[in-house]
Design a binder for this molecule. Structure first.
Ligand code: HEC
Ligand code: HEC
Length: 96
């Protein structure tokens, strides 16, 4: 958990937080992969948010119209490259 938090802080660019973990090689910085990639494994979530006001991709005011799922969960390339899963890939989660 601590390591996940550190990665999140680094991604957020919080000043003064350095990747100083000597025992574990940090994963490469995550990049945005786009919501179609997320949809492949998370179809129920995709369909759920498509019903929601935040999920209107044609409305430029919504997070979904910007970086899709990753507007809220952060860049997902590490999560995807590692095959997905809970706590995998340093995504932003909200239920801890
Ligand atoms: C508007 C912001 C937002 C967007 C966009 C968004 N999410 Fe989430 N997501 C949340 C929040 C907040 C939670 C935690 C609350 C909850 O579990 O309902 C969450 C929770 C989750 C969870 C974990 C649920 C669990 O069982 O613990 C998954 C998986 C998830 N989102 C996937 C996705 C996928 C895939 C997309 C794109 C189709 C997406 N999210 C788009 C905000 C967002
Ligand atoms: C290769 C399949 C796969 C892909 C692609 C994938 N995920 Fe996941 N993801 C999973 C699995 C499996 C879980 C764990 C079970 C669950 O929570 O549904 C998960 C869990 C999550 C969670 C909950 C994480 C947690 O620690 O509680 C979020 C949020 C999430 N995914 C978001 C995304 C987003 C955003 C994308 C696109 C960038 C994405 N996923 C792409 C398979 C995938």
């Amino acid at each position: 958990m601590l390591r996940v938090m550190m990665v999140l802080f680094c991604l957020a660019g919080v000043a003064g937080v350095v990747q100083a973990d000597a025992t574990n090689t940090p994963p490469p910085e995550a990049t945005y992969v786009g919501k179609e990639v997320c949809k492949a494994c998370h179809l129920p979530f995709f369909e759920q948010i498509a019903q929601d006001r935040h999920g209107q991709e044609t409305d430029v005011r919504t997070p979904f119209s910007r970086d899709g799922c990753e507007s809220c969960h952060g860049p997902g390339s590490n999560h995807v490259a590692m095959g997905g899963g809970r706590g995998v890939g340093g995504l932003t989660v909200f239920n801890e």
